[in-house]
Design a protein around this ligand. Structure first.
Ligand SMILES: NC(=O)C1=CN([C@@H]2O[C@H](COP(=O)(O)OP(=O)(O)OC[C@H]3O[C@@H](n4cnc5c(N)ncnc54)[C@H](O)[C@@H]3O)[C@@H](O)[C@H]2O)C=CC1
Ligand SMILES: O=P(O)(O)OC[C@H]1O[C@](O)(CO)[C@@H](O)[C@@H]1O
Length: 383
């Protein structure tokens, strides 16, 4: 199988590329980082190391790379691929949609029969409905007659991807160290019947419980640790989690999202608690060094209404459940003044020129009269 993967970064190389290669796919990365692309083209392989006592390592070989700015080459690769995946960041999806649309157009021109052109395109991003979003962006670039053909042949199954891959600092720039745990869950119901299943991917008929459980536990808990850890002056998640006050904020937020998830999806309470505890262990993995500024990156995205803080808080609020730790984490996100993060800088500039209430309403979409809005204002003043 030929896989084209957009984003040869940490998740691209350390998770998706590794798993696809182990499943027997030949992987072609598409990236806009010219030196990374050149190095992958030269070496055609890279090493993935596990952050564990045993420090197992894997060589991912037979890979290739294309510069994402070379749209014609990217389109040609998509025309011949059996699978397309992405891990570029959800806000970057709109920048790759045009090249994917060009690839689909070429593919369908070569092979108009849907059966011959079947292609799953899976966005592996931290977002609800990432592939659906990508599909909408791609369709906006397709000509009307191609859209009709694409509806029969091209699938955009949503997915949840879970593996902690911190920023990398190795002599070998292609090497990537990852935590041992991984879970890649894909919505089977969006795939045409008979689509070959890839070993290592967990296919489910309903993705919503999986993506919400993952995003509102792993990602909520992690960003709570990052924002409170940053305020306390810690550099890494591992250090921040040693602080009883930070840990208690994380546990409190996960109790709030957990109560909401258990009620919404009828999860077993004890199984969900075990899931939380496993995640807390992953956060403190002593073989990983994960910077709070990485985990807290892009606070505008993380404060948006469908993301890991506001959405679970709204769902919990609607069920009459507590939300104090979640709203406190939103207040801490507003105080994430890391100047090298453009989104953090934008929030700080907004706070300097507008009222707190205007800023909260703008970034969270929670209007001033919403009770959660008042909770954020109160928490902000106490931090
Ligand atoms: N790092 C992690 O632990 C996890 C990350 N994710 C998600 O995976 C996605 C990627 O995250 P990371 O790998 O950590 O980021 P990263 O920054 O390491 O990798 C992103 C890669 O995308 C490339 N890129 C940017 N614009 C591009 C474009 N227009 N075309 C092609 N490539 C482009 C960048 O050059 C970079 O190599 C994000 O959505 C993130 O939320 C999901 C689970 C875990
Ligand atoms: O990649 P994002 O959405 O900025 O958030 C970082 C999150 O991704 C992860 O790396 C894995 O899901 C977590 O470590 C962290 O919560």
């Amino acid at each position: 199988m030929r896989a084209v993967h957009f984003g040869a970064g940490n998740i691209g190389r350390g998770f998706i590329g590794l798993l696809l290669s182990q499943a027997g796919c030949s992987v072609t990365f598409v990236d806009v980082n010219a030196s990374l692309v050149a190095l992958l083209q030269e070496k055609q392989q890279y090493t993935v190391k596990l952050a564990s006592e045993q420090a197992e390592s894997f060589t991912v070989s037979g890979v290739n790379a294309i510069n994402g700015n070379d749209t014609a080459l990217v389109a040609a690769a998509i025309a011949e691929a059996d699978l397309v995946t992405t891990a570029v960041g959800v806000s970057v999806l709109r920048h790759i949609a045009g090249a994917i649309a060009e690839g689909i157009t070429l593919r369908l021109a070569k092979n108009p029969a849907a059966a011959a052109s079947l292609l799953p395109i899976i966005a592996c991003e931290n977002a609800i409905g990432g592939s659906t979003q990508l599909g909408e962006l791609v369709y906006s670039h397709l000509a009307a007659e191609v859209k009709a053909q694409a509806e029969q042949a091209i699938a955009f199954p949503d997915a949840a991807v879970d593996r902690i891959v911190p920023l990398q600092q190795h002599d070998d720039p292609l090497q990537v160290t990852v935590e041992p745990f991984y879970e890649w869950t894909v919505d089977r119901s969006a795939l045409p019947q008979g689509t070959p299943e890839i070993p290592g991917i967990h296919y489910v008929d309903q993705l919503q419980p999986y993506i919400e459980r993952k995003l509102f536990t792993v990602n909520t808990g992690h960003c709570v640790a990052a924002y409170h850890g940053y305020l306390q002056g810690y550099a890494t998640i591992q250090e921040a989690m040693q602080d009883a006050a930070v840990r208690s904020e994380v546990e409190g937020a996960l109790k709030e999202t957990g109560a909401m998830l258990v009620r919404t999806y009828s999860f077993s309470e004890s199984e969900h608690q075990a899931y939380i505890e496993q995640i807390l262990e992953r956060f403190i993995n002593p073989y990983l060094t994960d910077e709070v500024v990485r985990v807290g990156r892009s606070p505008i995205r993380k404060l948006s209404p469908d993301d890991r803080l506001v959405r679970p808080a709204l769902l919990a609020f609607e069920l009459g459940l507590p939300t104090a730790h979640l709203t406190k984490a939103m207040a801490a996100a507003l105080r994430f003044a890391y100047t090298e993060d453009p989104e953090a800088a934008e929030i700080q500039a907004a706070l300097a020129s507008s009222t707190l209430s205007e800023v909260i309403a703008h970034y969270t979409s929670l209007p001033a009269e919403h009770p959660l809005h008042a909770q954020i204002v109160e928490a902000y003043s106490k931090l």
